[in-house]
Design a protein around this ligand. Structure first.
Ligand SMILES: [Zn+2]
Length: 154
């Protein structure tokens, strides 16, 4: 499966994939950042977001699992994302780290200069992180559609 999104090969960290024989796509964001499923698209993440996720991995000492990255407009609608969600600009990641509480991930994310929006979903353990430029935090309280969260960050 090929991502329809722009590939930016230069984003690949120098330390990532050097010994992997080039089997990962040019857009792989780094060996330590894992996609939850093959349907999760991370290859277009900007360097600022990749750097935050990589710093997070180092801080917590465990892989960062991306449960949602780039979303096409239709995928964003299915996910209940905001109409102008940063996921559609490939500037947002929903992440989990095994064994780390969402609250701890949020606290760390908020302290990163590149990070704009940070949010928690109540129906999953994923934490939303974006580099969209606006400092903001939110908590989803509703069901799957996050109907009470109308902000652009989802
Ligand atoms: Zn999100």
């Amino acid at each position: 499966m090929r991502d329809p999104t722009l590939r930016l090969a230069s984003l690949e960290p120098a330390s990532a994939g050097a010994s992997a024989g080039g089997r990962r796509s040019a857009g792989a964001v780094g060996a330590a950042i894992q996609r939850q499923t093959g349907a999760v698209s991370t290859s277009c993440f900007p360097a600022s977001l990749v750097n935050v996720l990589d710093r997070m991995r180092v801080h917590f000492g465990a892989p960062v699992i991306v449960t949602s990255g780039y979303r096409s407009p239709s995928a964003n609608r299915r996910a209940g994302g905001a109409r102008d969600s940063y996921h559609m600009r490939c500037q947002a990641a929903d992440v989990q780290i095994t064994g780390v509480a969402p609250s701890a991930i949020m606290r760390f994310a908020r302290a990163q200069a590149e990070v704009g929006g940070v949010g928690a979903y109540r129906h999953t353990r994923s934490v939303h992180i974006d580099v969209g430029g606006r400092k903001f935090s939110w908590f989803g309280r509703g069901g799957h559609s996050h109907s009470r969260v109308r902000l652009a960050m989802r």
